[in-house]
Design a protein around this ligand. Sequence first.
Ligand SMILES: [Fe+2]
Length: 332
Amino acid sequence: MEELPLLIPNRGWDPRILAFRSADVVTVFAVLTRRWTLLVDTLYSRAGALELARRALEAAARLHGGPAPPLLVINTHADWDHAWGNGVFAGPEAAFPAPVLGTRECARRLRQAEDAAELESMRAREPVRFAGASLVSPTLAFEGALEIDCGDLLVHLLPAPGHVPGQVVVWLPEIRHLLGADAVEHPMPFVQGPGHLQEMIGTLEAFRRLAPLRLLACHDGLDGDPGLIQRNLDYFGRVREAARAHPQVDPASSGLDLLLELPFEEFCGGVPQEAREFYRGAHLKALRAALAEVQDEGGEPRSGGGLRRWPGTPGPGGPPRLGDGDSGGSGP
Ligand SMILES: [Fe+2]
């Protein structure tokens, strides 16, 4: 069965933001502005990306009572569920040609052999789900933060490392809405490796300083509740406490969550049965990362989680200044 994106009912966020859910896999967004019809991520199949573009353009035409503003595509990061629909917008098969924005690290990944091999193997296993998926790099690559003046709405792309290097999130400072990509997630965001826990916590702390009124992420309950940021921070706080209390445990041990007395079952409320093994893996990765911190540093994880500020964000809503040189601390 084809997985086409379905519009999620608006639960109190700005009506210019449309959330499209594809199966139970991922949510991507359209932001309807006067200058641009923004797409935030492109799903993972050609049919899905085509449907996303059509529905966003139709909604934009309805909103503006005339032709839809042109498409502008943003990749938050290069993972398959976010960027494998890029071929609908750029490259030889583009049905809706549009600029595609992404970080240099995102662009690098979409050119690398490992991601091409991942696409081939996933498409071989699930040919319908990944039909027409392709690796097409952003056509406009940037480093650090970027500001887009959309005429009636400012859009800031802010570095948000921790899940994968080179990830950005979309911050709308005038209405204080945050599209948090995979940096914030229920029941926990996925930390790729030991070095990334510090960055993940730093990113969540930076989100908390932004104090969004509404938060929408790509893998959350889609209720707009910014409280998920604090819940994720509390989770990582408990992970670090558990690691500190058991500094001698081998991170490669099986049953690590039980050895550290922080069983996954404490966190799986509201997680569909079919997603539990994925999030169990996420929990174990977080525990391993916290143990690595403790063991690297003789028993004490670094405090503060890499406190960082985005350029020009001294408080809620402050716009980033271009050219401040914050590369987000990730990527080559
Ligand atoms: Fe994702």
